[in-house]
Design a protein around this ligand. Structure first.
Ligand code: CUA
Length: 157
């Protein structure tokens, strides 16, 4: 069978790109322990207000310098939308959504997770060492008010 020279180049380039993609996947999974986020639990969206811990959203101390931040997302706000955390704290975030997919991204931290209705999203051991205001943004497009869907974590001295 006669294959055109350019077509052969494209086939070779395509094959090499597929090999590169597979190699990148293997390296990230084996070498860097990359994994898909698994939900920390499930919650029925219509029963959020009566299901622990979401029946009591906010910041709760769990140990010396350790806190749990329970967040509920809904278009287009967070409950609570402002919390105060002492500097040097380590915070585990538990979040869920009442309606559509939202997301959590907290500037200057490693917190970056989708918030999906029916699921509990967990971010462990977020460090708040420096005093200041840490903005929490929704990073999944969730409708016309998406760009204003933010909350503040105020780290006190
Ligand atoms: Cu919520 Cu975008």
């Amino acid at each position: 069978m006669e294959i055109d020279r350019y077509e052969r180049w494209f086939m070779t380039a395509t094959f090499l790109m597929i090999c590169g993609a597979i190699a990148a996947l293997v390296i990230s999974v084996v070498g860097h322990q990359a994994s898909l986020a698994t939900p920390a639990g499930r919650v029925v969206p219509s029963e959020i207000d009566s299901t622990p811990p979401f029946d009591d959203p906010g910041l709760h101390q769990t140990g010396p310098g350790e806190y749990e931040l329970v967040l509920v997302a809904q278009t287009w706000s967070w409950t609570p939308n402002e919390v105060h955390v002492p500097a040097g704290s380590t915070v585990t975030i538990l979040a869920t959504s009442r309606d559509v997919i939202h997301g959590i991204r907290i500037r200057d931290t490693n917190a970056n997770v989708m918030v999906i209705p029916g699921q509990i999203s967990e971010v462990k051991d977020v460090s708040f060492d420096e005093p200041g205001t840490y903005w929490l943004f929704c990073h999944e497009y969730c409708g016309i008010g998406h760009q204003g869907m933010s909350a503040r974590i105020i780290v006190d001295e």
